[in-house]
Ligand binder design. Structure first.
Ligand code: GUN
Length: 283
């Protein structure tokens, strides 16, 4: 059996169309949803990512402003700028692109963003809201993974979901989202003794480690759903995920490709969160 593909590009396109529709409804009420993106320094990857975020926003009718600051900006100046954006009612979402220069405390910077504008979902308030089921913003990558599972009609109640990776941005929030849907969740990580014994039991596997071939065909139960969050380069320099795609697709029931899987969904969910922030602020 060859797995069916979960097409992140197609699903992201549908979500962007929904965002565009809801944005138009806000504009009809003279509300312009607005996202402020802060980029400190010259990190090449961050420059590309922030450009994508601005373009995605503009294409769906959201207003996105990219503020660029030099790498030697003081932390105090950055915090002051975030406070000003917190206080500006015309700004609904604030995103500080990571990584920040080494002299800044990233966690302190993130905690300075108003939870009501935390469209990345990285604030400790957002993490707590996710854990308790309170309203907040969900981090874009695991949120996008949940949308992918929903899109294939995957009923999570009573299923065994194995999350490989325990980062604050993907692994931990992913586990909480799956748990909220009544899955039985196992979180595996670098100290897990027998990863294969865990993944072989899984109905759903989310690989979010940042290392190639973490999941191979012999580790997957036939018919399982496999979500690949990884973004790595293979020996030929080609983009690849954490999953041995060619092998695992022969065993899994569903699988996300890399590229064209989780990546576009992460981008789409930032738009959803920004629109949601605008809707909540103006309800
Ligand atoms: N750097 C890499 N990915 C992200 C992201 O999703 N949000 C922010 N703020 N920085 C990042």
């Amino acid at each position: 059996m060859t797995a069916q593909l979960i097409d992140g590009n197609a699903l992201a396109k549908t979500i962007r169309a929904e965002v565009a529709g809801r944005t138009a409804a806000l504009k009809a009420r003279s509300i312009q949803p607005a996202l402020s993106i802060i980029l400190v320094g010259e990190d090449p990857a961050s420059q590309v990512y922030t450009k994508h975020k601005v373009n995605d926003s503009t294409e769906t009718g959201l207003q996105a402003t990219l503020e660029r600051y030099p790498a030697d900006m003081s932390e105090a100046d950055l915090l002051a700028r975030i406070h000003a954006l917190n206080d500006d009612p015309a700004v609904h979402g604030i995103l500080v692109q990571l990584p920040l220069p080494k002299h800044m405390d990233s966690q302190k910077v993130i905690e300075t963003i108003s939870p009501a504008k935390d469209v990345d979902g990285f604030h400790i308030h957002s993490a707590g809201a996710l854990m308790t089921g309170a309203p907040g913003f969900w981090p874009c990558t695991p949120y996008g993974c949940m949308k992918m599972l929903e899109s294939i009609g995957c009923k999570l109640r009573g299923k065994h979901a194995v999350v490989i990776g325990r980062s604050n941005i993907v692994g931990k929030p992913m586990a909480m989202m799956l748990l909220a849907q009544s899955a039985t969740v196992t979180i595996c990580h670098s100290a897990t003794g027998d990863l294969k014994a865990m993944t072989l039991q899984a109905d759903v596997i989310v690989a979010a480690v940042g290392k190639r071939n973490v999941l191979t065909a012999d580790m997957v139960k036939p018919g399982a759903v496999v979500i690949d969050v990884g973004m790595n380069r293979n020996d030929e320099g080609k983009l690849c995920g954490d999953v041995d795609f060619e092998g695992v697709r022969e065993v899994a029931g569903w699988i996300t490709p890399v590229p064209g899987g989780v990546g576009p969904m992460t981008r789409a969910m930032l738009l959803v969160n920004t629109l949601e922030a605008a809707e909540r602020a103006t309800a």
